[in-house]
Design a protein around this ligand. Structure first.
Ligand code: CA
Length: 219
């Protein structure tokens, strides 16, 4: 799951980046509205955290342009402003939710999980495709009698494969879900995580579709 944070406050930005990376998200951080806006034009994200008071381009303008481009990415507004007008305007412009600063990181993460679930069309905290069960809260996976807690990156990979059951994801698509701008990607890292998951859960847990990519076991 790739998240874009658009936030100029260094402390808030850094704590969000750290918390979300630890949670298995791949994170990009844009420190002003203009950079955020251009990132949204060039990259694909699963979720956006948007501050409203931003240098160069106001957050509401970033949001407005995003929705004008018909980009439906789930978006959570982070605002220090206690002005109700801003929040209402943000929601009217197409934000999915908002959080008023200061906020607890646990709450940000919980709201993110809700938005991602809603976007994927299910209301429960568990993804289940009939063969694999993935708990988005505990990062626990179950497959053919084996149950274990995944590392952040293993979880990110499994989540990507479980998000749309039956969908084959190319290595490039998986890399995009797993890594942000600042991460160095060596040429075979996706395979490394797939190898680790197969070793723990059995070879059949992730299938390789020749020339196309990978798909999660469905039986
Ligand atoms: Ca700000």
């Amino acid at each position: 799951m790739r998240v874009l944070i658009i936030e100029d406050d260094r402390m808030i930005g850094e704590s969000l980046v750290t918390a979300l990376r630890n949670g298995g998200y791949s994170v990009d951080w844009a420190r002003d509205g203009e950079t955020g806006n251009s990132s949204l034009k060039t990259d694909t994200y699963d979720l956006v955290l948007l501050d409203l008071g931003l240098p160069k381009l106001p957050g509401l303008e970033v949001l407005k342009q995003l929705r004008q481009r018909k980009n439906p990415v789930p978006l959570l507004i982070l605002t220090a402003r206690d002005s109700i007008t801003d929040r209402v305007q943000g929601l009217d412009l197409g934000a999915d939710d908002y959080l008023v600063k200061p906020f607890a990181l646990e709450e940000v993460e919980a709201r993110i999980r809700v938005l991602l679930r809603r976007n994927a069309g299910h209301a429960e905290a568990t993804l289940n495709n009939g063969a694999i069960t993935l708990n988005t809260l505990t990062k626990e996976v179950q497959y053919r009698g084996t149950s274990l807690i995944l590392s952040a990156r293993e979880y990110a990979l499994m989540y990507a494969l479980m998000e749309k059951p039956g969908k084959v994801l190319s290595r490039a698509a998986l890399e995009e879900k797993l890594y942000g701008w600042d991460d160095e990607i060596s040429s075979n890292t996706v395979e490394v995580y797939i190898y680790a998951l197969r070793k723990k859960l059995g070879n059949s847990v992730i299938r390789n579709i020749r020339g196309l990519g990978y798909v999660a076991a469905s039986a």
